[in-house]
Design a protein around this ligand. Sequence first.
Ligand SMILES: [Zn+2]
Length: 232
Amino acid sequence: MIKYFCVTKRAVAITIVLALVCISFIGLCIGVSVAGTVTPNGMTIVIDPGHGGRDGGVVGTLTGEKEANVNLGISKSLRHFLTDAGYNVIMTRQSDVDLSSGDSGFKKSDMLARKKIIEEAKPNLVVSVHQNSFPDKEVHGAQVFYAPFSDVGKEIAETTQAVLNASLNCNRIAKSGDYYVIQCTEYPSMLVECGFLSNPTEEALLVTAEYQRKVAYAIYSSITQILEEKIA
Ligand SMILES: [Zn+2]
């Protein structure tokens, strides 16, 4: 009985030591993982999924899908790639809502709320995600815009346009665009129109999660280039 007790006691002691080693090891792994996902480079990106809530944006001609939903799908996928790589990400919205605070002038109120989020984030980069529409259904392809007279904006938009052209098989040139969200703050900004919901072929692709991931990955790749080579 005494011998059995001793063996049991030793077994318990060994078990406790092993458990402590395991816990320490797991803790170490978790610590590395957490550190790796939160602050690898300290850079912050604001993703602005355009429209939402009362403002659905343009509508797909085949599926009736709202631009706001496609924007959010691509934005969430982009957030996934960026946070996995260690960037801090702030989204202006995370569901199908507008950001307005009243019924009158809701669009202006919505835009001011997005500006406030960007200013509070003090980001290294702002990416506003949209979809395009045009009366001529043949028109297609991703189009990147930068704020008028912004040299940094032009440079980052051109980098992203080149990556999107190569990845999505289109051939467009980054353009200056008079959009509030890319010129309402001092932070480097671009607006990506990922495709045309008025083009049936592109619309059929844009409403799928797989193509949204593909677009998001292309934007993510361009962001890593921009932040490593041009802004950092
Ligand atoms: Zn839009």
